[in-house]
Design a protein around this ligand. Structure first.
Ligand code: NAD
Ligand code: MG
Length: 342
């Protein structure tokens, strides 16, 4: 059983006594910076000069400095740039400017676990990884709630790295729901597996195949969209609230019976064998190597796949339907039809 830490296990005063630099102001960056500030922590945001996020962070009332200067001023440096650029930001602007005893924080273990970043011995190396998108991390905090977090320590130079990680987790709302103890290896491998096999890769492919099957059989694309995509959220909400059992309790007996007889016909045991192959590629570092090699070339494979998937017919059908109930989407930095992120 995982060890779980709550508000009473963490001392907020610890992180309040430090200057924290948040590097990057994207999904996680804005949420960490604002939650820390609202928890009484001294925060500076480190951004590239000319970054479009500078104005956003300043408008939110935050201090912004170039990455090198933000790092030089900080006791705790949380690195929240995209995983594939962390290695370069680290080498160019972070490592050369670190205070000798600064703690280095991550929200995902990728760069430490796969050895793309190796901090010298004097630094605490910690992870506080919210198990949710940054926009939820912010929204929940504002509502007095919090997204559960994972926390761990890869290097304990100060002797109090874990206490510092828990204090940070508390300041972003992570010990309200509970912060779970893990390791960099476990977080990195399970996170990559979950997103590849189930949450992102698995679900996306399942939706596309379901849509294709109905449309190829002559049904209207709008009906196909409703049945294999729109209703997914309603089902997932039930699973989130009470597991598969609550979901099956809420759906009709017809749907539940169909679940039992047809689920295993679609997701056959060889799917599990393929999942094991995906996990093996993650564990061996093969996936990380392929991802980073492509990114280092300017991401030709990644961008080609993104374009192919954006052009799948379900995307066009979905856009038309969702515009009928536009109140559904709420993120002010996401524009439908302009999915490519800056
Ligand atoms: P993001 O893409 O939303 O934001 C990245 C930020 O970094 C942007 O502000 C961007 O301007 C800035 N940036 C990009 N290149 C830069 C550079 N060269 N120098 C300085 N700044 C640069 O990223 P994200 O999704 O918030 O991910 C950040 C970290 O959080 C990653 O380690 C990720 O794995 C982890 N994480 C993300 C989520 C999530 O739901 N998004 C959840 C848990 C953990
Ligand atoms: Mg994840």
């Amino acid at each position: 059983m995982a060890k779980i830490f709550h508000d009473e296990d963490a001392d907020l005063a610890l992180i309040q006594s430090k200057k924290v630099a948040i590097i990057g102001y994207g999904s996680q960056g804005h949420a960490h910076a604002l939650n820390l500030r609202d928890s009484g922590v001294d925060v500076v945001v480190g951004l590239r000069e000319g970054s479009s996020s500078v104005a956003k962070a300043q408008n939110a009332g935050l201090d912004v400095l170039p990455v090198a200067q933000a790092v030089a001023s900080a006791d705790v440096v949380m690195i929240l740039t995209p995983d594939q650029v962390q290695r370069k930001v680290w080498a160019d602007d972070i490592e050369p400017n670190l205070k000798p005893d600064a703690a280095i924080f991550f929200a995902h273990g990728f760069n430490i676990h796969f050895n793309y970043i190796t901090p010298s011995e004097g630094h605490d190396v910690c992870m506080v990884a919210p198990k949710g998108p940054g926009h939820t991390v912010r929204r929940q905090y504002e509502e007095g709630k919090g997204v559960p977090c994972l926390a761990c320590v890869a290097q304990d130079a100060s002797g109090q790295a874990q206490a510092l990680a828990l204090s940070y987790a508390k300041a972003i709302g992570g010990t309200r729901a509970g912060t779970f103890e893990t390791t960099f290896r476990e977080e990195t491998e399970t996170d990559l597996f979950g997103e590849q096999a189930v949450l992102c890769g698995g679900v996306s492919q399942l939706i596309q195949y379901g849509f294709e099957t109905l449309v190829e059989a002559g049904y209207q694309p709008e009906m196909a969209y409703f049945e294999v995509c729109h209703e997914l959220k309603l089902i997932v909400d039930l699973i989130n609230e009470g597991g598969l059992t609550k979901q099956r309790w809420s759906i009709s007996d017809t749907a539940e019976y169909g679940d039992y007889v047809s689920g295993p016909r679609v997701i056959t045991p060889d799917v599990k064998d393929h999942m094991k192959e995906v996990l093996a590629d993650i564990q061996s570092g093969q996936f990380a190597k392929r991802f980073i090699a492509d990114q280092d070339e300017g991401a030709p494979e990644f961008l080609k796949m993104r374009e192919e998937h954006q052009n799948h017919p379900i995307e066009k059908t979905g856009q038309g339907i969702r515009s009928l109930f536009a109140w559904n989407s709420a993120d002010d930095d996401y524009t439908e039809g302009e999915a490519a992120r800056s």
